[in-house]
Design a protein around this ligand. Structure first.
Ligand SMILES: Cc1ncc(COP(=O)(O)O)c(C=O)c1O
Length: 402
């Protein structure tokens, strides 16, 4: 008799997991308020209100709202004066926007491998990548797991580099009790539809530096200056502004973010405990200096050897048949993406000799659950662990099918 659902056994569950986004009448009221104000864009106080609320939430002094996370990164890179020939050190394990923003700013991405059995850039490998052309380090807090900001900030200070944090997946994540995005010179967030704080689209740049704030503000707003600006030399800028609709919705949703982050963190710990017991599934606990995860999804690493050599894809199929919508995350290191050779680039870049072995392993064997699953109950988490335990137990049955 078959045990696994993929071989016609009974699945662990058939109930769906929570979906995203969640919403209620508070969001509708926020829209109505913006609608009736007649101020739907520039001139609305909603954008400024959200900028100061979110900056405070993450522990930074200033915020500048923009219309996407990609725009946030691009504007931040330009505020940091990244231009043709400047090297920006980053991770190859990220969403393409991190790297595309560097390319659009005319910078050259320099890839440093991820931590062994981790998701973030390995700080021990950054220093050897620094050259006289290096302008900035751009760590990404992948899935909300904070990167090692102690090491990155120290390296940047030693080499006089700018740090731009990609926090697109890390709302509410904390390092030593203070929000990410407030550790580097500039921190960039996304409010795109899938994000833990979302408005369909949107982004924000945080900084503690008044001059960088003014440069950022100017670049995002057609080269204008803030009314109380001490900085009036900047004149090249575009329209990267956020609408009042987005800001109104984000103010409404920010009120419940804290509670949601705590729930996701509790569920992440349950999964770490449960899945961590299963040979062949490597969980990646938070760095002890990271006081909170942003939990933009749950991630772990599959070890085919412990699963009698079945592939990650076969494991995923078996898990999905058990009713667990599990997937992988990035499958291609950024230096192998075809866009790295786009004819739109000002300079031809050659990454044919680059290979980051830890990232390549992650691309092959990473496992990922989406953030909305972490909004579930303890019983939901127990089902995920039960399904993985079952697939591990009956792996022979799965192997005979492949
Ligand atoms: C790591 C990372 N950086 C940047 C971005 C870009 O954000 P957006 O989609 O809002 O442009 C994303 C969005 O998915 C992301 O995951």
């Amino acid at each position: 008799m078959a045990n696994l659902a993929i071989s016609d056994g009974t699945p662990v569950r058939t109930k769906p997991f929570p979906s995203w986004p969640t919403y209620d009448d508070r969001d509708v009221k926020a829209f109505e308020e913006v609608y009736r104000s007649g101020q739907w864009g520039a001139g609305s106080s909603k954008v400024a209100e959200f900028e100061s609320r979110f900056a405070e939430f993450q522990g930074a002094k200033y915020g500048v709202c923009v219309n996407s996370g990609t725009a946030a990164l691009y504007v931040a890179l330009k505020a940091a004066s990244v231009g043709l020939g400047d090297e920006v050190i980053t991770t190859p394990y990220t969403f393409q926007a991190t790297v595309v923003a560097i390319l659009m700013a005319n910078g050259t991405p320099v890839f440093v491998d991820t931590l062994p059995d981790g998701f973030n850039i390995d700080p021990a490998k950054i220093e050897t990548a620094i050259t006289p052309k290096t302008k900035a380090i751009l760590p990404v807090h992948i899935a909300g797991y904070p990167a090692d900001m102690d090491a990155i900030v120290a390296l940047a200070e030693r080499h006089n580099l700018i740090v731009i944090e990609d926090c697109a997946q890390a709302h509410g994540a904390e390092w030593h009790g203070r929000g990410v995005g407030s550790w580097g010179h500039l921190g960039c967030f996304s409010f795109q539809a899938s994000k833990n704080l979302c408005a369909g689209e949107g982004g924000i740049i945080l900084t503690n530096d008044r001059k960088l704030y003014e440069r950022t503000w100017s670049i995002h707003n057609c080269g204008r200056t803030t009314s109380d600006s001490e900085f009036d030399a900047e004149s090249l800028g575009g329209n990267f502004r956020m609408t009042a609709w987005q800001a109104g919705l984000l103010i409404s949703r920010l009120a419940r973010l804290e509670e949601e982050i705590e729930l996701r963190n509790r569920n992440m710990r349950l999964l770490d405990q449960g899945l961590g017991e299963i040979p062949g599934i490597k969980v990646v606990p938070l760095d002890s200096r990271a006081t909170r995860c942003g939990c933009h999804g749950y991630k772990a690493i599959f070890d085919p050897e412990e699963f009698e050599g079945i592939s990650r894809e076969d494991f995923l199929k078996a898990m999905r048949a058990e009713g667990i919508p599990i997937g992988h995350w990035y499958t291609t290191p950024m230096y192998r993406e075809p866009f790295m050779q786009s004819e739109l680039l000002s300079t031809k870049l050659d990454y044919s000799n680059i290979s980051c072995s830890e990232t390549e392993k992650l691309c092959e064997n990473g496992l990922a659950l989406s953030q909305s699953i972490l909004m579930g109950t303890e019983a939901d988490m127990a089902d995920i662990v039960a399904a993985a335990t079952k697939v591990r137990r009956y792996v022979g049955e799965l192997k005979s099918k492949t």
